[in-house]
Design a protein around this ligand. Structure first.
Ligand code: TEU
Ligand code: CA
Length: 539
């Protein structure tokens, strides 16, 4: 990277983020559950892999009703994950490797065991009563609105002692905070400062679009497109319970806290259509640095749809808004289980060559698939509360497959979720030694991306798309890379009429082709993706 680039682009723009689900990455103290010391043990691996930042799902003190997304104390580490000392050591070791650490922050709701909520529910005139969303019943005694919980059932829980309902977008053990109350804002801003003072480089903010609700508490309208068999939450359109205009003040307030420090960043977890999503960059980029772009998780794996979505996203980004792409997370089926093993390599190439910051989900780099877990072993409340709908998130949260030893090198004792039988051949150790493995594809891609400004901050321009494949160019200065992705299983002949080209294959999912010269046309195997360095235009 030249000096000029260094001054213009920040780590969260040029870098690649790797998401760790701490329960499932590495268990250092042999209780079957991953922990912070385990993450620290595996940092050499992440450095070798070539990622720039890690985001860890919540490790705060929690009763674990939603595995850490129900926080009982924002300022301490849950003993299950280790101690504050373990956390400080992790920060230090991450930084020693020139990597960054992004924490998960869950400001929309607390645990019902948080002292704020215990106070709030203790009486109607408690000073913290208004820190949560308490409402009287409707005249008929029913809940204040028809709002539904994402995890099934109504979103209002009756409190007999004080004779009111409280609102919870998720579990009843996760009461929503009242972000219209300035005391709540200030308390959470102090939480943010506490971790920034510890050296944390940024936050992934949970359910950012949920943080403010309609001040008139109007009923949500029915969803005309609801299909039975989907989560009951989708029966209504959450127009009054999410994405309220005032949320942008809250986000701007959080951003302002980050601005008190150098080079810190904020990712927003937001599941919204593009036009509403990009509002979270805030006016003049005063909002989230990266509102998560989940299109690759949601779209059908069809080139025309994806190509159109990429261009729509590129065209709708606000001035100065930095793009980002996500291929997996702890709430969604893994990429392999959505599009199949063969296409997962093409997806890797796409994720790491599109313009914008990529986020990888742990295990995807070795091609882990969703693990078949018998329902009686399910742990995730989303699956348990809505049985029979295949909504459990456990299958994509299973232990990292490090090697072929008894518990995959994850733990010396039986892990909290099972490993699949295939871990003996799908694991880091074997794949590190196999030049044609998924892991080595990821590693080569990450290496190239880091080396080539065109790939991390270059322009994007579309070249071609049809029903089988798509192609685009990334360019910085005189360097141009063309990416050709065959999203079908059948061979494809690439010959874009209005785009003569010549260049060298620098990386293909079929590595035997690396180094080959190509001119104006190209045979592409089924499920193949290629990265081609184009010759100078003048030449
Ligand atoms: O997820 C928010 C969210 O919308 C998910 O519940 C998602 O819709 C669903 O799980 C898809 O299967 C965040 C966290 O990422 C998730 O792990 C938490 O359970 C949730 O918020 C509550 O904090
Ligand atoms: Ca442990």
């Amino acid at each position: 990277m030249s000096i000029v680039d260094k001054h213009r682009y920040l780590w969260w723009q040029t870098g690649v983020i790797y998401q760790i689900y701490p329960r499932s990455f590495q268990d250092a103290n042999k209780d079957g559950i991953g922990d912070l010391a385990g993450v620290t043990q595996r940092l050499d691996y992440l450095e070798w892999l070539g990622v720039d930042a890690i985001w860890i799902s919540p490790v705060y003190t929690s009763p674990m009703a939603d595995f850490g997304y129900d926080i009982a104390d924002y300022l301490s580490i849950d003993p299950l994950f280790g101690s504050m000392k373990d956390f400080d050591r992790l920060v230090e070791e991450v930084h020693r490797r020139n990597m960054k650490l992004v924490m998960d922050l869950v400001p929309n709701h607390t645990s019902d065991k948080h002292k704020w909520f215990i106070e709030s529910r203790s009486s109607r005139d408690n000073p913290k009563r208004d820190w949560y969303i308490w409402r009287d019943p409707k005249p008929d005694g029913g809940p204040p609105t028809n709002w539904l919980s994402v995890f099934g059932g109504p979103a209002w829980e009756w409190d007999d002692d004080t004779g009111q309902y409280y609102y919870h977008a998720f579990l009843k053990e996760q009461p929503d905070l009242n972000w219209r109350n300035p005391e709540v804002r200030n308390a959470m801003f102090d939480v943010i400062r506490f971790w920034l003072d510890k050296g944390v480089d940024g936050f992934r903010v949970d359910v950012m679009w949920h943080m403010v609700k309609d001040d008139q508490f109007r009923d949500n309208p029915p969803n005309p497109d609801y299909q039975p068999g989907r989560a009951p939450y989708e029966q209504l359109l959450p127009v009054y319970s999410t994405d309220q205009p005032e949320v942008h003040d809250v986000v701007r307030g959080m951003r302002a806290v980050l601005e008190e420090y150098e080079e810190r960043m904020m990712i927003g977890e937001i599941y919204l259509p593009l036009t509403r999503l990009v509002k979270y960059y805030g006016e003049n980029n005063s909002g989230a640095h990266l509102p998560f772009n989940f299109q690759l998780l949601e779209l059908q794996w069809e080139p025309e749809r994806i190509y159109a979505a990429i261009q729509e996203y590129e065209s709708i980004l606000p001035e100065g808004g930095w793009p980002n792409w996500v291929i997996g997370n702890h709430d969604q089926p893994r990429v392999i289980s959505r599009i199949g093993s063969a296409q997962a390599q093409v997806a890797a190439l796409m994720l790491l060559t599109l313009r914008g910051t990529p986020t990888l989900y742990y295990g995807d780099e070795i091609g882990m698939a969703d693990v078949a877990i018998p329902p009686e072993q399910f742990k995730d409340p989303q699956g348990l509360n809505m049985p029979g709908l295949n909504l459990s998130r456990d299958p994509s949260r299973t232990p990292m497959q490090w090697d072929d030893s008894q518990y995959g090198g994850f733990s010396a004792t039986e892990p909290w979720l099972p490993l699949p039988p295939s871990f003996k051949r799908i694991n880091v150790k074997l794949q590190a030694e196999a030049p044609y493995s998924m892991l080595n594809l990821y590693r080569r891609l990450l290496g190239l991306r880091r080396m080539e400004p065109a790939l991390h901050h270059g322009d994007f321009s579309p070249v071609h798309c049809d029903r089988q494949a798509m192609a685009y160019i990334r360019r910085a200065g005189n360097t141009r890379f063309m990416v050709v992705l065959n999203l079908s299983h059948r061979p494809y002949f690439f010959q874009p009429e209005s785009f003569p080209f010549s260049g060298t294959i620098v990386l293909s999912t079929i590595p035997e082709r690396d180094g080959a010269l190509v001119e104006n046309s190209l045979t592409v195997s089924g499920d193949e993706g290629l990265l081609i360095r184009l010759n100078d235009e003048q030449a």
